[in-house]
Design a protein. Structure first.
Length: 482
């Protein structure tokens, strides 16, 4: 992740939003309770919308789309930059709401970082050039490739990085002259509604709207005849449902789906030098990250030293309630995800794998906290390796030959990211070339950048986000020949 600018706390005397004013803008007194995953306390209440509300929202943004597309690119760029200003002015209340609702700490690469990334991505999207390409100009033929708006984009997101992923979907869509209906995850609706509220203090009416609700709302949006493109980030199973429901309208899709990223540690590493990078690669957002390191393959020569160094780093990382500035790890966002992590770690323990750290949650403690867990001496076919844990439990598998490690890394049907760790960059790049993943990082894992295309291989999805490729993905290519 690039390091975004993190704003100073807002001056609440100058009319910028406070936590209470932001929450009041998005909460519905008669709505469903949204609970803090660290404490079980009520954060706010969300109005659950219906499929009919989706129809109304699509109709509104559809009506606004021609005028939005007719604006000069420079005007849309200016509005995206002003939207980034508005997020920065509301950064602290947005981060607090995100922390309370999602569970991630304010501190560390978490809530403030995510809000900062929203502003950074808006600015980078605004700054990305997408010039007309002359594809043939030989004296006889002159052909140019232009990128036109698609129309209405449906943006459906998950609960792990709810604000940042919404911006990833919304910013390029708006820049390219589309209007957008956002469907937030039912687990983190308030954060996304608050973000959209702040964006809409700057944007013209009906260019961007959000409809909170359950699967029926997402399903309606992804099948809607007046939605031209769906940007989806979430599980592979939901992505498959969206592919099916897009068939009737031949909807364009960008699908960022699940992953189970492998990291391969070569025998030439300095274990202490890579330990912190390995830790954050695996445990950023308490492991609830699509492109987190979820299976670590370590050469037998350095296995014990890497395991020891990683355990030392992991032990020192405080986990707890997000509003406590001391913490850098938080709870699982919801009980269903907690249960997945607990089941997989229990299965690993029962199979005889060695629990180095964690694996011993207190079932009576409030909140969905699962301790940072490292599991060694585990087989590659163990469920903790083969299934996406999406939480703070990392299996560490020993390998003898690089061919064996590559085969294990590639054997699953997903391929979002991967990493190779070595003191020899060329050796690492040679291994990277054999890995089936949309991104391979060298001596790092999971960092994304607004100018670098990001997308998956195999069942991790298709289509690219970020940079010029990301702008093209929310546009229709049109050739002007003549
Ligand atoms: P999910 O698929 O359960 O839900 C995602 C969204 O889809 C939610 O808003 C949900 O309401 C909606 N939805 C559910 N059923 C739908 C349907 N039939 N039609 C349309 N929308 C529907 O995913 P999640 O549990 O929120 O997120 C976790 C998963 O997301 C993990 O697998 C993770 O790896 C993946 N993820 C991927 C990326 C990436 O960039 N590749 C990023 C973050 C998360």
């Amino acid at each position: 992740m690039t390091t975004p600018t993190v704003s100073e706390p807002v001056d609440t005397t100058s009319g910028t939003p406070t936590y209470d004013s932001l929450l009041a803008a998005v909460t519905d007194p008669d709505g469903r309770e949204v609970l803090d995953p660290a404490t079980g306390e009520v954060v706010g209440r969300v109005a659950e919308r219906s499929a009919e509300d989706v129809d109304a929202a699509v109709a509104r943004v559809r009506a606004a789309q021609p005028a939005w597309a007719a604006r000069a690119d420079a005007e849309r760029i200016d509005l995206l930059n002003r939207a980034a200003d508005a997020i920065e002015a509301a950064a602290e209340p947005l981060a607090e709401l995100l922390s309370r609702e999602q569970g991630k700490p304010l501190n560390g690469p978490n809530a403030r970082f995510e809000v900062g990334a929203c502003a950074a991505w808006l600015r980078a999207t605004a700054a990305t050039p997408l010039p007309v390409e002359t594809v043939v100009d030989d004296g006889e033929v002159h052909a140019e490739l232009h990128y036109r708006p698609i129309g209405v984009v449906g943006a459906i997101g998950p609960w792990n990085w709810p604000m940042m992923i919404t911006i990833w979907q919304v910013a390029p869509s708006l820049r390219m002259g589309n209007t957008v209906v956002v469907k937030p995850s039912e687990y983190t609706p308030l954060s996304v509604l608050a973000l959209v509220h702040v964006l809409n203090t700057v944007l013209p009416a009906d260019v961007l709207t959000a409809v909170a609700g359950g699967r029926d709302v997402g399903a309606r949006l992804s099948a809607h005849p007046d939605v031209d493109k769906v940007m989806f980030t979430g599980s592979t199973a939901t992505g498959q449902a969206i592919i099916k429901s897009s068939a009737d309208t031949v909807k364009r899709l960008t699908l960022e789906l699940g992953g189970n990223d492998a990291g391969i540690v070569l025998p030439d590493v300095d274990p202490e030098a890579i330990a912190e990078g390995l830790f954050w690669g695996a445990f950023i957002n308490t492991g609830q990250t699509c492109a987190a390191l979820k299976r670590l393959y370590v050469h037998t020569d350095v296995y014990d030293d890497v395991v020891a160094a990683l355990t030392e780093v992991a032990k020192a990382m405080p986990m707890g309630r997000g509003l406590d500035e001391n913490n850098v790890l938080g709870p699982l966002q919801n009980r269903a995800q907690y249960d997945i992590v607990a089941r997989l770690v229990d299965a690993a323990r029962d199979s005889g794998a060695r629990i180095l750290l964690g694996g011993d949650p207190d079932p009576d403690a409030p909140g969905h906290f699962y301790p940072t867990t490292l599991v060694a001496d585990i087989d590659d076919d163990n469920p903790l390796v083969a299934e996406e844990q999406f939480g703070p439990a990392l299996p560490i598998i020993r390998y003898e030959t690089i061919d064996e490690a590559i085969a294990m890394a590639n054997r699953l049907d997903v391929g979002l990211g991967a990493s190779v760790w070595s003191s020899d960059r060329d050796a690492a790049r040679a291994v990277a070339a054999h890995l089936q993943a949309g991104t391979v990082w060298i001596n790092a894992h999971g960092g994304v950048h607004p100018m670098i295309p990001f997308g998956g291989h195999k069942k991790s999805g298709y289509g690219l986000e970020f940079g010029a490729e990301g702008l093209k993905a929310v546009a229709v290519p049109q050739v002007i020949n003549g």
